[in-house]
Design a protein around this ligand. Structure first.
Ligand SMILES: [Zn+2]
Length: 395
């Protein structure tokens, strides 16, 4: 079996129609409607004879896993795609769940982010299965929930199946290789002062004013971390993003809360970052009137895949074979499920059809040629990395 056979066992039209069907099923998150896809996915897996498992890891939240090969030997390769989409919102010129095809593009919420990646990965599994590929290793396709909100789908996946060598996350990378992204932390800082009547402000400790001074104090930290430049990702950042304090116009506020977004680069250890912020606040507490406390509301890991990773070279080779061109290597602007995989020691690349800049807004689309090329590249990478078993050829 090779690339030229892939279209024989599953033609382009079938791949396109698979994406259209996926787009037509609304899986908005919030609230988390991924379960609506389960019936279709199970029907496909049954029809194609793929091993599968439906994992309702919390009420109404579903991951679906499909696999070929055995976990007991060889390379373990993970294909990861999220099935949730952000709410459609207003302003569309086509129905967001029509899956309309216009000018060789499929339109719809999630067409790009990332049902095209999901369709291409699923089609690559179907292609290999129909081609009677007998892998030496193991390929798991994890179709996960909740990437757009709390990443609970991939966190669950790692609880259940943490042991992979390599992974591809099919996010829309314009068919380029994304090899790094920052991690992040949302840090809540609470200033606690003392309330008093606003007519006698000196009787209280004004938490809003104290927080304002604290935000200024953080300027020097912001400056110092800007000198910590990661060769690929640039400097880490910190920004105050939310503030909330005071209950009445005539009361000196007792508390004020601020949230900081801290982006973490790969030359930093997230634990050390947390400790340095704790130290900073500890020092500040010694010299101010209010008391400051800290809470980490959220943490997402970053990713930085080694340049010489086999998953990178395999994707480059397969892309060259399919498109004739070497894909560009880049970094991702935000966090993604890839960070969770990287934190488990899995060498991971984000690679998929579509352009992230058309996602999360009206008239989202994916070019059909990228969808079709992605199917071929995913199938070829799995074939190349997991070959070695008995090859039975095309049925
Ligand atoms: Zn996405």
């Amino acid at each position: 079996m090779n690339i030229s056979n892939f279209k024989e066992v599953m033609d382009d039209e079938e791949v396109i129609q698979l994406l259209v069907k996926l787009v037509q099923i609304e899986t908005e998150n919030p609230p988390g409607n991924e379960g609506r896809l389960v019936e279709l996915l199970v029907e496909i897996a049954d029809k194609e004879g793929l091993c599968y498992e439906v994992d309702e890891y919390s009420p109404g939240r579903f991951n679906v896993y499909m696999s070929i090969g055995q976990q007991s030997s060889g390379i373990k390769l993970l294909y990861n795609g999220h099935t949730d989409v952000v709410p459609a919102g207003e302003g569309w010129s086509v129905h967001p769940y029509s899956g309309a095809i216009i000018d060789n593009k499929v339109y719809g919420r999630g067409s790009c982010d990332m049902k095209a990646g999901v369709a291409a990965m699923l089609a690559s599994m179907i292609t290999l299965k129909r081609g009677l590929f007998q892998p030496q290793g193991f390929l798991l396709l994890a179709l996960v929930a909740d990437e757009e909100e709390h990443q609970s789908g991939t966190l669950r996946l790692m609880e259940k199946y943490p042991d992979f060598d390599y992974a591809i996350v099919g996010e829309p990378s314009k068919m380029g290789l994304v090899v790094a992204h920052k991690g992040n932390m949302y840090i809540k800082v609470t200033a606690t002062g003392r309330a008093s009547h606003a007519s006698v402000p000196h009787m209280g400790v004004n938490a809003v004013e104290e927080m304002s001074k604290f935000i200024n104090y953080m300027e020097s930290y912001k400056k110092s971390i800007s000198e910590r430049v990661d060769p690929l990702l640039g400097p880490p950042t910190i920004a105050s993003t939310m503030i909330n304090g005071g209950k009445s116009a005539c009361v000196i506020p007792e508390t004020c809360e601020a949230v900081f977004d801290r982006r973490v680069v790969s030359i930093e250890d997230p634990k050390a970052v947390w400790e340095e912020i704790q130290d900073l606040v500890g020092e500040y507490n010694k010299k101010c009137k209010a008391n400051f406390s800290l809470e980490c509301l959220w943490e997402a890991s970053g990713m930085h895949t080694p340049e010489n990773s086999r998953i990178i070279s395999e994707l480059i080779e397969a892309s060259k074979e399919v498109t004739g061109a070497v894909p560009e290597t880049s970094i991702w602007p935000a966090v993604a499920d890839s960070g969770i995989l990287a934190a488990h020691g899995i060498e991971t690349v984000l690679f998929g059809p579509g352009d992230i800049t058309v996602a999360h807004k009206p008239d989202e689309y994916v070019p059909i040629d990228e969808l079709l090329n992605a199917r071929l590249i995913y199938a070829q990478v799995a074939l190349s990395m997991l070959k070695g078993g008995e090859e039975l050829g095309i049925s």
